[in-house]
Design a protein around this ligand. Structure first.
Ligand code: CAA
Length: 382
Protein backbone atom coordinates (compact mmCIF):
# COMPACT_ATOMS: atom_id res chain seq x y z
CA UNK A 1 0.00 0.00 0.00
CA UNK A 2 1.39 3.37 -1.03
CA UNK A 3 1.17 6.06 1.60
CA UNK A 4 2.94 8.91 -0.24
CA UNK A 5 0.93 11.70 -1.72
CA UNK A 6 1.33 12.61 -5.38
CA UNK A 7 2.91 15.94 -6.34
CA UNK A 8 -0.52 17.31 -7.20
CA UNK A 9 -2.03 16.19 -3.89
CA UNK A 10 0.85 17.80 -1.99
CA UNK A 11 0.45 20.99 -3.98
CA UNK A 12 -3.28 21.22 -3.25
CA UNK A 13 -2.66 20.48 0.42
CA UNK A 14 -0.01 23.21 0.61
CA UNK A 15 -2.22 25.70 -1.24
CA UNK A 16 -5.16 25.02 1.11
CA UNK A 17 -2.92 25.28 4.17
CA UNK A 18 -1.41 28.57 3.04
CA UNK A 19 -4.85 30.01 2.28
CA UNK A 20 -6.36 28.75 5.56
CA UNK A 21 -3.51 30.12 7.66
CA UNK A 22 -3.27 33.48 5.95
CA UNK A 23 -6.91 34.29 5.19
CA UNK A 24 -9.20 32.14 7.32
CA UNK A 25 -7.38 31.75 10.65
CA UNK A 26 -7.20 35.52 11.30
CA UNK A 27 -11.00 35.89 11.09
CA UNK A 28 -12.13 32.54 12.51
CA UNK A 29 -12.64 33.72 16.10
CA UNK A 30 -14.46 36.89 15.10
CA UNK A 31 -16.92 35.26 12.68
CA UNK A 32 -17.66 32.62 15.30
CA UNK A 33 -18.42 35.25 17.96
CA UNK A 34 -20.58 37.25 15.56
CA UNK A 35 -22.15 34.17 13.90
CA UNK A 36 -21.30 35.95 10.64
CA UNK A 37 -21.17 34.11 7.32
CA UNK A 38 -17.75 34.72 5.72
CA UNK A 39 -18.79 35.73 2.20
CA UNK A 40 -15.37 36.97 1.10
CA UNK A 41 -13.33 33.93 2.10
CA UNK A 42 -15.95 31.49 0.79
CA UNK A 43 -15.79 33.37 -2.51
CA UNK A 44 -11.98 33.05 -2.46
CA UNK A 45 -12.37 29.30 -1.87
CA UNK A 46 -14.41 29.18 -5.07
CA UNK A 47 -11.67 31.04 -6.94
CA UNK A 48 -9.12 28.54 -5.63
CA UNK A 49 -11.19 25.63 -6.93
CA UNK A 50 -12.13 24.33 -3.50
CA UNK A 51 -15.91 24.41 -3.93
CA UNK A 52 -16.06 21.77 -6.67
CA UNK A 53 -12.62 20.30 -6.22
CA UNK A 54 -13.21 16.77 -7.59
CA UNK A 55 -15.74 17.79 -10.26
CA UNK A 56 -14.22 17.68 -13.78
CA UNK A 57 -13.08 21.04 -15.18
CA UNK A 58 -15.59 20.54 -17.98
CA UNK A 59 -18.35 21.21 -15.43
CA UNK A 60 -16.70 24.07 -13.57
CA UNK A 61 -14.75 22.02 -11.03
CA UNK A 62 -11.02 21.73 -10.35
CA UNK A 63 -10.69 18.17 -11.69
CA UNK A 64 -8.72 16.91 -8.69
CA UNK A 65 -9.33 13.65 -6.82
CA UNK A 66 -11.11 12.81 -3.58
CA UNK A 67 -7.83 12.43 -1.68
CA UNK A 68 -6.97 16.04 -2.60
CA UNK A 69 -10.47 17.08 -1.48
CA UNK A 70 -9.94 15.44 1.92
CA UNK A 71 -6.46 16.91 2.32
CA UNK A 72 -7.69 20.40 1.48
CA UNK A 73 -10.69 20.09 3.80
CA UNK A 74 -8.45 19.06 6.70
CA UNK A 75 -6.42 22.23 6.18
CA UNK A 76 -9.51 24.45 6.01
CA UNK A 77 -10.95 22.83 9.16
CA UNK A 78 -7.65 23.26 11.03
CA UNK A 79 -8.41 26.97 10.78
CA UNK A 80 -12.22 27.01 10.91
CA UNK A 81 -14.96 24.39 11.12
CA UNK A 82 -17.56 26.71 9.59
CA UNK A 83 -15.68 27.19 6.32
CA UNK A 84 -15.08 23.43 6.25
CA UNK A 85 -18.73 22.41 6.46
CA UNK A 86 -19.72 24.84 3.71
CA UNK A 87 -17.00 23.35 1.50
CA UNK A 88 -17.94 19.77 2.38
CA UNK A 89 -21.67 20.15 1.70
CA UNK A 90 -21.08 22.06 -1.53
CA UNK A 91 -18.73 19.41 -2.90
CA UNK A 92 -20.10 16.14 -1.58
CA UNK A 93 -23.80 16.63 -1.03
CA UNK A 94 -24.59 18.98 -3.89
CA UNK A 95 -22.04 18.81 -6.72
CA UNK A 96 -21.25 15.09 -6.56
CA UNK A 97 -24.83 13.79 -6.93
CA UNK A 98 -25.59 16.24 -9.74
CA UNK A 99 -22.44 15.17 -11.54
CA UNK A 100 -23.34 11.49 -11.06
CA UNK A 101 -27.12 11.53 -11.52
CA UNK A 102 -27.83 14.71 -13.49
CA UNK A 103 -28.19 15.08 -17.25
CA UNK A 104 -26.08 17.57 -19.19
CA UNK A 105 -28.73 20.28 -19.05
CA UNK A 106 -28.86 19.99 -15.26
CA UNK A 107 -25.08 19.92 -15.03
CA UNK A 108 -24.88 23.07 -17.10
CA UNK A 109 -27.57 24.90 -15.19
CA UNK A 110 -27.03 23.72 -11.61
CA UNK A 111 -23.59 22.12 -11.34
CA UNK A 112 -21.34 24.52 -13.22
CA UNK A 113 -22.19 27.69 -11.22
CA UNK A 114 -21.90 25.86 -7.89
CA UNK A 115 -18.78 23.78 -8.66
CA UNK A 116 -17.00 26.93 -9.84
CA UNK A 117 -17.91 28.69 -6.60
CA UNK A 118 -20.05 31.41 -8.18
CA UNK A 119 -23.08 30.07 -6.39
CA UNK A 120 -23.71 27.62 -3.57
CA UNK A 121 -25.88 24.55 -3.24
CA UNK A 122 -27.52 22.84 -0.28
CA UNK A 123 -28.94 19.41 0.53
CA UNK A 124 -32.35 19.22 2.17
CA UNK A 125 -33.09 15.76 3.55
CA UNK A 126 -33.78 16.13 7.28
CA UNK A 127 -37.34 16.84 8.44
CA UNK A 128 -38.79 17.26 11.93
CA UNK A 129 -39.68 13.53 12.10
CA UNK A 130 -36.92 12.31 9.75
CA UNK A 131 -33.40 12.74 11.14
CA UNK A 132 -31.60 9.41 11.58
CA UNK A 133 -34.77 7.81 10.24
CA UNK A 134 -34.26 9.39 6.84
CA UNK A 135 -36.67 7.12 4.96
CA UNK A 136 -39.54 8.71 6.91
CA UNK A 137 -39.92 11.66 4.50
CA UNK A 138 -43.16 13.65 4.55
CA UNK A 139 -42.43 16.49 2.13
CA UNK A 140 -44.80 15.83 -0.71
CA UNK A 141 -44.33 16.54 -4.43
CA UNK A 142 -47.52 16.00 -6.41
CA UNK A 143 -47.27 15.85 -10.18
CA UNK A 144 -49.30 18.46 -12.06
CA UNK A 145 -48.52 18.32 -15.78
CA UNK A 146 -44.90 19.36 -16.33
CA UNK A 147 -44.50 20.47 -12.70
CA UNK A 148 -44.45 19.06 -9.21
CA UNK A 149 -46.28 20.95 -6.48
CA UNK A 150 -44.14 20.70 -3.37
CA UNK A 151 -45.34 21.10 0.23
CA UNK A 152 -43.26 20.41 3.31
CA UNK A 153 -40.55 21.49 5.71
CA UNK A 154 -36.82 20.72 5.83
CA UNK A 155 -34.63 21.25 8.89
CA UNK A 156 -30.96 21.85 9.72
CA UNK A 157 -29.98 22.61 6.13
CA UNK A 158 -26.35 23.73 5.90
CA UNK A 159 -26.07 26.74 3.54
CA UNK A 160 -29.88 26.83 3.40
CA UNK A 161 -29.88 30.63 3.41
CA UNK A 162 -26.83 31.21 1.21
CA UNK A 163 -27.45 28.57 -1.45
CA UNK A 164 -29.06 29.58 -4.73
CA UNK A 165 -30.46 26.09 -5.23
CA UNK A 166 -31.52 23.28 -2.92
CA UNK A 167 -31.56 19.55 -3.55
CA UNK A 168 -34.82 18.62 -1.89
CA UNK A 169 -35.93 15.06 -1.17
CA UNK A 170 -39.69 14.60 -1.51
CA UNK A 171 -42.25 11.84 -1.60
CA UNK A 172 -43.60 11.57 -5.13
CA UNK A 173 -45.41 8.31 -4.33
CA UNK A 174 -46.13 7.82 -0.66
CA UNK A 175 -47.45 4.29 -1.16
CA UNK A 176 -43.97 3.15 -2.22
CA UNK A 177 -42.22 4.29 0.98
CA UNK A 178 -38.56 5.08 0.39
CA UNK A 179 -38.89 3.82 -3.20
CA UNK A 180 -41.29 6.73 -3.73
CA UNK A 181 -38.76 9.42 -2.78
CA UNK A 182 -37.45 11.72 -5.54
CA UNK A 183 -34.79 14.44 -5.58
CA UNK A 184 -35.82 17.86 -6.91
CA UNK A 185 -33.55 20.84 -7.57
CA UNK A 186 -35.44 23.89 -6.35
CA UNK A 187 -34.14 27.36 -7.06
CA UNK A 188 -34.29 30.26 -4.62
CA UNK A 189 -36.86 32.73 -5.76
CA UNK A 190 -39.30 30.01 -6.82
CA UNK A 191 -42.65 31.16 -5.41
CA UNK A 192 -43.56 29.14 -2.33
CA UNK A 193 -39.91 28.44 -1.35
CA UNK A 194 -39.11 30.21 1.93
CA UNK A 195 -36.13 30.25 4.27
CA UNK A 196 -38.20 30.30 7.42
CA UNK A 197 -35.65 30.17 10.25
CA UNK A 198 -31.93 30.34 10.97
CA UNK A 199 -30.57 28.21 13.79
CA UNK A 200 -28.53 29.71 16.64
CA UNK A 201 -25.91 27.01 17.18
CA UNK A 202 -23.34 25.77 19.72
CA UNK A 203 -20.63 25.49 17.08
CA UNK A 204 -19.84 26.08 13.40
CA UNK A 205 -21.56 29.38 14.08
CA UNK A 206 -20.31 31.19 10.99
CA UNK A 207 -22.01 28.70 8.67
CA UNK A 208 -25.73 29.12 8.11
CA UNK A 209 -28.12 26.36 9.11
CA UNK A 210 -31.66 26.99 7.97
CA UNK A 211 -35.16 25.67 7.97
CA UNK A 212 -36.75 25.63 4.52
CA UNK A 213 -40.49 25.66 3.91
CA UNK A 214 -42.27 24.76 0.68
CA UNK A 215 -45.84 25.92 0.21
CA UNK A 216 -47.48 24.98 -3.09
CA UNK A 217 -44.07 25.47 -4.68
CA UNK A 218 -44.19 24.60 -8.40
CA UNK A 219 -41.03 22.90 -9.62
CA UNK A 220 -40.47 21.87 -13.25
CA UNK A 221 -40.26 18.11 -13.81
CA UNK A 222 -37.03 18.90 -15.68
CA UNK A 223 -35.50 19.75 -12.27
CA UNK A 224 -35.85 16.16 -11.02
CA UNK A 225 -32.49 14.49 -10.48
CA UNK A 226 -32.56 10.93 -11.76
CA UNK A 227 -35.73 8.93 -12.16
CA UNK A 228 -38.80 9.22 -9.99
CA UNK A 229 -38.26 7.07 -6.90
CA UNK A 230 -34.45 7.22 -7.07
CA UNK A 231 -34.20 9.98 -4.49
CA UNK A 232 -33.34 7.87 -1.48
CA UNK A 233 -30.54 6.07 -3.31
CA UNK A 234 -29.19 9.45 -4.45
CA UNK A 235 -29.29 10.74 -0.86
CA UNK A 236 -27.54 7.67 0.54
CA UNK A 237 -24.83 7.71 -2.13
CA UNK A 238 -24.28 11.42 -1.58
CA UNK A 239 -23.92 10.80 2.15
CA UNK A 240 -21.38 8.01 1.54
CA UNK A 241 -19.17 10.71 0.00
CA UNK A 242 -20.28 13.43 2.43
CA UNK A 243 -19.06 11.36 5.35
CA UNK A 244 -15.53 11.51 3.95
CA UNK A 245 -15.86 15.31 3.99
CA UNK A 246 -17.15 15.43 7.56
CA UNK A 247 -14.46 12.97 8.66
CA UNK A 248 -11.87 15.30 7.11
CA UNK A 249 -13.48 18.25 8.87
CA UNK A 250 -13.32 16.40 12.21
CA UNK A 251 -9.69 15.47 11.58
CA UNK A 252 -8.84 19.09 10.80
CA UNK A 253 -10.54 20.32 13.98
CA UNK A 254 -8.69 17.74 16.08
CA UNK A 255 -5.45 18.68 14.41
CA UNK A 256 -5.95 22.45 14.91
CA UNK A 257 -6.80 21.98 18.59
CA UNK A 258 -3.84 19.63 19.11
CA UNK A 259 -1.40 22.10 17.51
CA UNK A 260 -2.56 24.71 19.98
CA UNK A 261 -2.28 22.33 22.93
CA UNK A 262 1.31 21.44 21.98
CA UNK A 263 2.27 25.11 21.60
CA UNK A 264 0.65 25.98 24.93
CA UNK A 265 2.25 23.05 26.75
CA UNK A 266 5.67 24.23 25.61
CA UNK A 267 5.27 27.75 26.93
CA UNK A 268 3.05 27.38 30.02
CA UNK A 269 5.01 26.71 33.19
CA UNK A 270 3.90 24.99 36.37
CA UNK A 271 6.00 23.71 39.26
CA UNK A 272 8.95 25.53 37.67
CA UNK A 273 8.97 23.79 34.28
CA UNK A 274 6.95 23.94 31.04
CA UNK A 275 3.91 21.71 31.50
CA UNK A 276 5.10 19.75 28.43
CA UNK A 277 7.70 18.26 30.76
CA UNK A 278 5.06 16.73 33.02
CA UNK A 279 4.44 13.13 32.14
CA UNK A 280 0.67 13.45 32.51
CA UNK A 281 0.59 16.18 29.86
CA UNK A 282 2.96 14.20 27.63
CA UNK A 283 0.59 11.22 27.80
CA UNK A 284 -2.31 13.38 26.74
CA UNK A 285 -0.35 14.80 23.81
CA UNK A 286 0.80 11.32 22.79
CA UNK A 287 -2.78 10.00 22.85
CA UNK A 288 -4.06 13.02 20.93
CA UNK A 289 -1.49 12.80 18.15
CA UNK A 290 -1.83 9.02 17.84
CA UNK A 291 -5.62 9.34 17.50
CA UNK A 292 -5.18 12.02 14.86
CA UNK A 293 -2.82 9.85 12.80
CA UNK A 294 -5.24 6.92 13.05
CA UNK A 295 -8.09 9.11 11.81
CA UNK A 296 -5.92 10.43 8.99
CA UNK A 297 -5.33 6.90 7.69
CA UNK A 298 -9.05 6.07 7.76
CA UNK A 299 -9.99 9.32 6.00
CA UNK A 300 -7.39 8.88 3.27
CA UNK A 301 -8.32 5.21 2.83
CA UNK A 302 -11.99 6.05 2.27
CA UNK A 303 -11.04 8.82 -0.17
CA UNK A 304 -8.61 6.54 -2.03
CA UNK A 305 -11.25 3.81 -2.36
CA UNK A 306 -13.66 6.34 -3.87
CA UNK A 307 -10.98 7.47 -6.31
CA UNK A 308 -10.26 3.85 -7.23
CA UNK A 309 -13.92 3.25 -8.06
CA UNK A 310 -14.23 0.67 -5.28
CA UNK A 311 -17.03 0.46 -2.69
CA UNK A 312 -16.37 3.09 -0.03
CA UNK A 313 -19.61 3.43 1.98
CA UNK A 314 -18.41 1.33 4.90
CA UNK A 315 -14.94 2.90 4.81
CA UNK A 316 -16.44 6.39 4.88
CA UNK A 317 -18.73 5.44 7.79
CA UNK A 318 -15.68 4.12 9.68
CA UNK A 319 -13.69 7.26 8.89
CA UNK A 320 -16.54 9.53 9.99
CA UNK A 321 -17.21 7.53 13.17
CA UNK A 322 -13.58 7.41 14.25
CA UNK A 323 -12.59 10.92 13.20
CA UNK A 324 -15.59 12.58 14.84
CA UNK A 325 -15.19 10.61 18.08
CA UNK A 326 -11.50 11.44 18.33
CA UNK A 327 -12.20 15.06 17.40
CA UNK A 328 -14.44 15.37 20.44
CA UNK A 329 -11.86 13.65 22.66
CA UNK A 330 -8.87 15.57 21.30
CA UNK A 331 -10.58 18.96 21.49
CA UNK A 332 -11.74 18.19 25.04
CA UNK A 333 -8.19 17.29 26.00
CA UNK A 334 -6.85 20.39 24.26
CA UNK A 335 -9.10 22.47 26.54
CA UNK A 336 -7.83 20.43 29.51
CA UNK A 337 -4.17 21.04 28.62
CA UNK A 338 -4.95 24.77 28.60
CA UNK A 339 -6.54 24.55 32.07
CA UNK A 340 -8.63 27.65 32.91
CA UNK A 341 -7.37 29.41 29.77
CA UNK A 342 -8.95 26.69 27.68
CA UNK A 343 -12.34 27.75 28.95
CA UNK A 344 -12.07 31.33 27.72
CA UNK A 345 -12.39 32.53 24.16
CA UNK A 346 -8.95 34.11 23.85
CA UNK A 347 -7.20 30.75 23.43
CA UNK A 348 -9.43 29.40 20.65
CA UNK A 349 -9.51 25.77 21.76
CA UNK A 350 -13.01 26.27 23.15
CA UNK A 351 -14.16 27.03 19.56
CA UNK A 352 -12.64 23.78 18.29
CA UNK A 353 -14.32 21.94 21.16
CA UNK A 354 -17.73 23.46 20.29
CA UNK A 355 -17.26 22.91 16.55
CA UNK A 356 -16.22 19.27 16.99
CA UNK A 357 -19.52 18.24 18.62
CA UNK A 358 -21.59 18.45 15.45
CA UNK A 359 -19.27 16.09 13.58
CA UNK A 360 -20.64 13.27 15.76
CA UNK A 361 -24.17 14.22 14.72
CA UNK A 362 -24.64 15.51 11.18
CA UNK A 363 -24.49 13.39 8.04
CA UNK A 364 -25.43 10.47 10.25
CA UNK A 365 -24.80 10.28 14.00
CA UNK A 366 -22.05 8.05 15.40
CA UNK A 367 -24.81 5.57 16.25
CA UNK A 368 -25.97 5.51 12.60
CA UNK A 369 -22.37 5.01 11.40
CA UNK A 370 -22.14 2.00 13.74
CA UNK A 371 -25.38 0.65 12.29
CA UNK A 372 -24.03 1.05 8.74
CA UNK A 373 -20.71 -0.59 9.69
CA UNK A 374 -22.38 -3.43 11.60
CA UNK A 375 -24.66 -4.23 8.67
CA UNK A 376 -21.62 -4.42 6.41
CA UNK A 377 -19.72 -6.59 8.88
CA UNK A 378 -22.70 -8.92 9.13
CA UNK A 379 -22.85 -9.15 5.35
CA UNK A 380 -26.12 -7.28 5.06
CA UNK A 381 -24.59 -4.59 2.83
CA UNK A 382 -21.37 -4.34 0.80
N1 CAA B 1 -26.13 3.42 -0.95
C1 CAA B 1 -27.19 3.06 -1.73
N2 CAA B 1 -28.36 2.65 -1.21
C2 CAA B 1 -28.45 2.57 0.13
C3 CAA B 1 -27.39 2.92 0.99
C4 CAA B 1 -26.20 3.34 0.39
N3 CAA B 1 -25.16 3.69 1.14
N4 CAA B 1 -27.80 2.75 2.25
C5 CAA B 1 -29.07 2.31 2.20
N5 CAA B 1 -29.44 2.21 0.91
C6 CAA B 1 -30.74 1.74 0.42
C7 CAA B 1 -31.02 0.32 0.86
O1 CAA B 1 -30.47 -0.63 -0.04
C8 CAA B 1 -32.52 0.27 0.86
O2 CAA B 1 -33.00 0.12 -0.45
P1 CAA B 1 -33.85 -1.20 -0.83
O3 CAA B 1 -35.07 -1.16 0.03
O4 CAA B 1 -34.13 -1.03 -2.29
O5 CAA B 1 -32.98 -2.38 -0.54
C9 CAA B 1 -32.91 1.68 1.27
O6 CAA B 1 -31.76 2.51 1.03
C10 CAA B 1 -33.29 1.81 2.73
O7 CAA B 1 -32.21 1.30 3.47
P2 CAA B 1 -32.48 0.44 4.78
O8 CAA B 1 -33.49 -0.60 4.54
O9 CAA B 1 -31.15 0.04 5.30
O10 CAA B 1 -33.17 1.58 5.69
P3 CAA B 1 -33.04 1.86 7.21
O11 CAA B 1 -34.08 2.85 7.55
O12 CAA B 1 -32.98 0.59 8.02
O13 CAA B 1 -31.58 2.54 7.35
C11 CAA B 1 -30.22 4.51 7.30
C12 CAA B 1 -31.26 3.67 6.60
C13 CAA B 1 -28.86 3.90 7.05
C14 CAA B 1 -30.47 4.57 8.81
C15 CAA B 1 -30.36 5.89 6.67
O14 CAA B 1 -31.67 6.40 6.91
C16 CAA B 1 -29.35 6.88 7.17
O15 CAA B 1 -28.24 6.93 6.68
N6 CAA B 1 -29.75 7.72 8.14
C17 CAA B 1 -28.95 8.86 8.53
C18 CAA B 1 -29.40 10.04 7.76
C19 CAA B 1 -28.34 11.07 7.62
O16 CAA B 1 -27.16 10.79 7.49
N7 CAA B 1 -28.80 12.31 7.59
C20 CAA B 1 -27.93 13.38 7.36
C21 CAA B 1 -28.72 14.58 6.99
S1 CAA B 1 -27.92 15.56 5.86
C22 CAA B 1 -26.92 16.58 6.75
O17 CAA B 1 -26.56 16.37 7.86
C23 CAA B 1 -26.51 17.64 5.85
C24 CAA B 1 -25.87 18.83 6.31
O18 CAA B 1 -26.36 19.90 5.94
C25 CAA B 1 -24.53 18.77 6.95
Amino acid sequence: MKLELTDEQQMIQAMAREFAESEIAPIAGEIDREARYPHETIKRMGELGLMGIFIPEKWGGAGADTVSYALALVEIARACGSHAVVMSVNNSLFCDPIYKFGDDTQREKFLRPVASGHEKGCFALTEPQAGSDATNQETLAVRDGEHYVVNGRKLFVTSGREASVAMVFCQTDRAKGHHGISALLIEKGTPGFLVSKLEDKLGIRASDTAELVFEDCRVPVANRLGEEGMGFTIAMKALDGGRIGIAAQALGLASGACDRAIAYARQRKSFGVPIAQHQMVQWMLADMTTAIEGARLLVLRAAALKDAGQPYGTASAMAKLFASEIAMKVTTDAVQVHGGYGFIKEYEVERYFRDAKITQIYEGTSQIQKLVIARAVLGERA
